[in-house]
Design a protein. Structure first.
Length: 166
């Protein structure tokens, strides 16, 4: 059975938009401030969404689909790393959680960009707090599941595009 790649790309894009919309709902409607790793996971989700959207429009061109699927695959791996790191921080014993850091706005004003990026990729004590969960998984746990799904779908797109180029 052949999967309709155009619908797969559209489904991936819509899923990413829904994930981002729910993140903003939690932030603005429920007043849950995102931690540095949450912000980075939003960026990774946006990157996957852009790959899916490009794949939707370039599905008929093997090279375009290869580039779009490759972008989505790399973005998914980035998201997997971030979500795994976030889950790891949330599951540390209380005495091993790193200290909480200042807000992102303060860090951008006071520290060099390289240091801010290091904190955003590594996370801090703010990232260890579990403020929401569903079916036993926190938000980063669910994002890990979604990023793994995106990676599988993107790898399929890369495989089909690579095969079509030959």
């Amino acid at each position: 059975m052949r999967i309709n790649l155009k619908m797969l790309c559209l489904t991936g894009f819509i899923t990413c938009v829904a994930l981002l919309a729910s993140a903003y709902f939690f932030q603005f409607a429920l007043e849950m401030e995102p931690c540095p790793l949450c912000i980075m996971q939003r960026i990774a989700t946006l990157m996957v969404a852009l790959g899916c959207l490009a794949g939707f429009f370039l599905v008929e061109k093997p090279l375009g689909l290869l580039i779009a699927s490759g972008w989505a695959l790399l973005s998914s791996f980035f998201g997997i790393y971030l979500a795994y790191q976030h889950n790891w921080l949330q599951n540390l014993p209380a005495d091993q959680v790193p200290s909480c850091g200042p807000s992102l706005e303060y860090m951008l004003d006071a520290f060099p960009l390289v240091e801010v990026m290091a904190v955003m990729l590594r996370g801090n004590g703010n990232c260890a707090e579990v403020s929401w969960s569903f079916a036993g998984l926190s938000m980063p746990g669910w994002l890990l599941v979604f990023f793994i799904g995106f990676a599988i779908a993107s790898a399929y797109g890369v495989f089909i595009a690579w095969k079509a180029r030959k």
